[in-house]
Write a protein that binds this ligand. Structure first.
Ligand code: C2E
Ligand code: MG
Ligand code: MG
Length: 723
């Protein structure tokens, strides 16, 4: 038995015959496209085959051993799965009526008596195959129909389910929903769109009941719709593409995240999420990140960002002028310590307010440090405008402000950088503004300085100097040179002035190149202490070794900071005691300005020094502002006439000044040292004035220790030469 594949197109028919030849004949006759002949050699086999397969037709031999054709047909008829299959009996037995009837009883549809006409068999079979095909088609259509019906039922259920779901979502969702209808023809104006559907969440957002919203124009409900929101809606309606926007609606005081889309012609749907809380949180974070919490001004980070933008603008726009001001309060620091931090905070807030009032809306005002403020002035008409703003700020700050019952007024040092300048980074620009500010402060505060490139080299130098000066003391890089001072009356040695140098590798750095920076950083204090101790030690050693004149003095320069040290007297006492040095050999040189800054304190200190037996001389006299009569109050011993007067005695004015200084000093009981004597004429003139002492290149330059010893051994040998 063989069976071809049972595809819908191929129709199976079953041929049952005990004779293999007959089966081969039938198969050969009926084989053609779309028909597959399945064969069985007995009634049993046929019954078995029909258990699994459906056949369009059974060709059944009557005379078979075992189950004959009639019995097999009866069995087919008895089974409901096979009862419908048409049967054609093929038999060699007679055409007798008896047989035929038996065959019909058994369910035969037709009879073919062997030998039969092949064409007749083919036609009959074709009829049944066609019928079967039609039946199959009907059956399939029925199945499809049934399937469609079930599907339809299912989808209608799903539809009503989803409608219910959507309904509940629509009413219970947190997002607001509004469906708007608009006039299709024109450009859509959100304000003119009419609400045709709305959900409870949106009602809540708009703070109105459904009745007050439905069928109303959106513009009636939100009269202050932002222009950009209307543009957004118009664009969504025009393009048909959905869009998303975050907008603040002033009418309802909420931030909404709105999605808009076009659900159909003439319609616009809005889905809104209330993001007010998130926005507020973001704003707080933003404020914390970019705002100075004390003054509410921009902080350094924001300032830098804005500065970057200004620089970018100036790169793109021809002739774009802007300026950066860096401002430092000159006298803020003592406020915190004297009036407390709360008062300090009030001052800073008031200062911030004053600066803000001077600045224009488009400018950026920031607080960059404790008492440091910075401004970006945008869109300047000319550079002079920046200076005017800077001066106005200074003027405003000078106006007294009332803080906790104290009337305070401040001055500020302001550095200005005018843009556009060739900077890559905003940090560099601010740094230069800071350098200019330092220069302004060095002028005594309350001043405005515009940055120049030369300042940067100076500042760079200061930085280098400060960094390397730190180690100079421990590395013992400082040296003292000693410049002799002579009695002008007889040209004998009266003493020395100790002058410091800094040995950097094989170079000697002069004091003017590092002392001012050491003053700024405070390093001058330990440096000065070293110079003082060193001078005392050397003088004591020389006093041992040489026969120093009775009034011999070692003059040591003191810086303002050193002089201001509260324990100055103690430091001196120690230096003298440690070296067993007679205090009368020590003379401290201080400047006029140091004396004038805090006269009460100074008088007190000077008295202490005098009690110790240490002398004090006023250095560089004539360059400051002190009046001679004022000096009467100070217990000092010497005035040193500044080199600038001595060097140009040809100028009549200087001649008068020197003469006046000498005679008034004598009247007050001071002696006088003239500095910078370079010519004999100068020496003679001063000697004629009875100026006691002279110092200058005419006599000697400052000497190394070695050379000093040589000089001392010539001028002050212990045992007179030759004896
Ligand atoms: P100063 O105290 O007025 O010292 C006198 C300065 O004039 C010295 O410069 C000296 O070399 C110079 N000088 C003396 N005679 C002549 C002259 O005939 N012609 C010219 N052109 N110059 C003359 P130096 O050594 O460069 O010191 C400069 C300044 O540095 C000193 O001025 C002093 O203010 C300061 N200084 C020096 N050593 C120390 C120190 O140990 N401590 C402090 N705080 N300052 C010091
Ligand atoms: Mg001096
Ligand atoms: Mg001097």
């Amino acid at each position: 038995m063989g069976k071809a594949e049972n595809t819908p197109e191929v129709i199976d028919i079953l041929a049952v015959d005990d004779e293999q030849v007959n089966l081969l004949l039938l198969t050969g006759l009926l084989r053609r496209e779309g028909v597959n002949v399945v064969t069985a050699r007995s009634g049993y086999e046929a019954l078995k085959l029909t258990e699994k397969h459906d056949f369009a037709l059974i060709l059944l031999d009557v005379m078979m051993p075992g189950l004959d054709g009639f019995t097999t047909a009866e069995r087919f008829r008895a089974d409901e799965r096979t009862c419908h299959i048409p049967i054609i009996f093929i038999t060699a037995i007679s055409k007798e009526q008896r047989h035929i009837f038996k065959g019909y009883e058994a369910g035969a549809v037709d009879y073919l008596i062997k030998p039969f006409e092949h064409e007749i068999l083919k036609n009959k079979v074709q009829v049944f195959v066609d019928m079967y095909r039609q039946r199959l088609a009907v059956q399939r259509a029925g199945e499809v129909l049934a399937k469609t019906v079930t599907e339809l039922r299912a989808s209608s259920r799903a539809l009503s389910d989803s409608r219910a779901r959507y309904q509940s979502l629509f009413t219970s969702m947190f997002n607001g929903f509004a469906l708007l209808s608009h006039d299709q023809g024109r450009a859509v104006d959100l304000a003119q769109a009419r609400i045709v559907e709305i959900n409870p969440a949106m009602e809540q957002m708009l703070a109105r009941p459904r009745e007050a919203l439905m069928d109303h124009l959106l513009g009636e409900i939100l009269p202050n719709l932002e222009g950009y929101l209307r543009d957004f809606a118009a664009e969504v309606a025009r393009s048909g593409k959905s869009g998303l926007i975050e907008s603040y609606l002033g009418d309802i005081k909420r931030w909404l995240r709105i999605q808009a889309y076009v659900p159909g012609a003439g319609l616009l749907a809005l889905v809104a999420e209330d993001i007010t809380a998130r926005r507020k949180a973001e704003e707080t974070i933003q404020e914390r990140t970019f705002q100075d919490p004390l003054t509410g001004l921009a902080n350094r980070a924001l300032f830098m960002d804005r500065l970057d933008q200004s620089m970018e603008r100036s790169r793109r726009r021809l002739n774009y002028l802007y300026a950066v001001l860096f401002l430092d309060l000159d006298n803020f620091k003592p406020i915190n310590s004297s009036l407390g931090h709360a008062a300090g905070d009030k001052v800073l807030r008031a200062v911030a307010e004053k600066i803000k009032n001077v600045a224009r809306g488009l400018d950026t005002v920031a607080r960059c440090g404790a008492d440091e403020f910075a401004l970006i002035l945008e869109e300047l008409k000319n550079p002079g405008e920046a200076l005017r703003v800077a001066r106005r700020i200074c003027k405003e700050l000078a106006q007294p402000m009332d803080v906790d019952g104290h009337s305070l007024h401040f001055s500020a040092s302001v550095g200005v950088v005018l843009g556009p300048a060739d900077y890559a980074q905003p940090e560099e620009l601010l740094q230069d503004a800071g350098i200019a500010m330092e220069q302004a402060r060095a002028l005594g505060g309350g001043k405005v300085k515009v940055f120049k490139w030369a300042m940067r080299t100076r500042a760079q130098y200061a930085l280098n100097v400060n960094q390397s000066m730190h180690h100079a003391l421990e590395r013992q890089q400082f040296r003292l040179h000693y410049q002799p001072i002579f009695n002008l009356a007889d040209n004998t040695l009266a003493g020395f002035e100790a002058l410091i140098r800094w040995q950097v590798e094989d170079r000697l750095v002069p004091p003017d190149d590092f002392i001012p920076y050491a003053e700024q950083t405070g390093l001058i204090v330990p440096i000065g202490q070293w110079a003082l101790a060193e001078s005392c030690e050397k003088t004591a050693a020389w006093a041992e070794r040489f026969r120093l004149p009775r009034n011999f003095t070692m003059a040591v320069n003191l810086s303002a900071k050193q002089f201001a040290q509260p324990d100055l007297v103690r430091q001196l006492t120690r230096a003298l005691e440690e070296n067993h040095l007679d205090p009368q050999h020590l003379k401290l040189e201080i400047t006029e300005t140091m004396v004038m800054q805090n006269p009460e304190n100074v008088v007190h200190k000077l008295r202490g020094l005098r009690e110790m037996g240490v002398k004090v001389s006023i250095d560089d006299f004539g360059t400051g502002y002190s009046s001679l009569s004022y000096l009467r109050r100070f217990p000092i011993s010497t005035l040193k006439v500044d080199r600038s007067f001595v060097s140009d005695l040809d100028a009549f004015e200087n001649l008068i000044i020197v003469r006046t200084i000498v005679s008034l000093a004598h009247n007050l009981g001071f002696d006088v040292v003239a500095e910078g004597i370079e010519t004999e004429r100068q020496r003679d003139f001063l000697a004629d004035l009875k100026c006691e002492y002279g110092q200058g290149y005419l006599f000697s330059r400052p000497l190394t220790e070695e050379k000093t010893l040589e000089l001392l051994s010539v001028c002050c040998p212990k045992t007179p030469a030759g004896s």
